[in-house]
Design a protein around this ligand. Structure first.
Ligand SMILES: NC(=O)c1ccc[n+]([C@@H]2O[C@H](COP(=O)([O-])OP(=O)(O)OC[C@H]3O[C@@H](n4cnc5c(N)ncnc54)[C@H](OP(=O)(O)O)[C@@H]3O)[C@@H](O)[C@H]2O)c1
Length: 229
């Protein structure tokens, strides 16, 4: 089956910023595939956002599981026949208690598997669909903790994995530009801190979705403004 409306996949869409991104994308006219590693949580979130089940559709997706990612890519093709926007939002939490000198490298490996390899394997799996989109966009949801320029210690697993994700953004942007695929990293900022709302954090991500064709690629931004690498 193929649909006429643009289709977006949001990983980790069942709560937090990802859920709000799903809500905003549906309002903008996208059909949203809401990825959730726990199917019942995804279905509940999708039902809350779109009781009719037309604009927001839950799909099982564990980003650290290649079989799950491949199954998702097959489902996107069968269900929608397209994928125009990929938002790599799913993430491990901050490990604020840890330090680089004594970090449990098992935790670091887990963060890299989810925050770097997750977006990487999903991008690879969805590239055929993205390449056939008229306006393909990939948004890697990063963090201020990814900024190497600003690193002062703390959250080593999270920081290294998100800095690596930013590197992936640069590599993919350079490579996929010729296919018209815009690839950008966005730091959404911390909702509920300093008056920042969940809607503002999600809107920061939507900015990179709604860029015009030929627009910026390989950037790291918050609210559309360059963030220090
Ligand atoms: N909140 C902030 O202050 C802040 C600041 C800067 C950047 N960010 C970034 O913004 C994004 C969203 O943040 P958030 O605070 O909304 O996150 P969150 O509330 O912690 O939600 C994380 C989401 O990722 C999912 N997830 C985790 N591991 C997964 C896996 N292996 N496979 C599939 N899904 C997985 C979670 O699923 P479950 O519900 O099943 O756990 C959940 O849906 C993240 O990339 C985060 O790093 C957040």
């Amino acid at each position: 089956m193929s649909v006429d409306l643009p289709v977006a996949l949001v990983t980790g869409g069942n709560r937090g910023i990802g859920r709000e991104v799903c809500r905003q994308l549906a309002l903008l006219g996208y059909v949203v595939a809401l990825g959730a590693r726990e199917p019942s949580r995804g279905e509940q979130a999708a039902r809350e956002l779109d009781p009719d089940g037309v604009r927001v559709i839950a799909c099982p997706l564990e980003v650290d599981n290649s079989l799950s990612v491949d199954a998702l890519a097959g489902w996107m093709k069968d269900r929608f026949g397209r994928c125009d926007v990929l938002i790599n939002n799913a993430s491990t939490p901050y490990d604020r208690w840890a330090t680089a000198s004594s970090a449990d490298l098992g935790n670091v490996a887990e963060a890299i598997d989810v925050n770097l390899f997750g977006p990487w394997r999903i991008t690879q799996a969805l590239l055929p669909l993205l390449r056939s989109s008229p306006f393909p966009r990939i948004v890697n949801v990063s963090s201020e903790d990814a900024s190497i320029a600003a690193m002062t210690g703390g959250s080593p697993a999270f920081s290294v994995s998100k800095a690596s994700l930013n590197a992936l953004t640069r590599l993919l942007a350079a490579e996929l530009g010729r296919d018209g695929i815009l690839v950008n990293s966005v730091c959404p900022g911390q909702p509920h801190e300093n008056g920042r709302t969940l809607a503002q954090a999600a809107a920061s991500i939507i900015w990179a979705v709604t860029l015009p064709s030929g627009g910026p690629t390989g950037t790291f931004t918050r609210d559309g403004h360059q963030f220090p690498w």
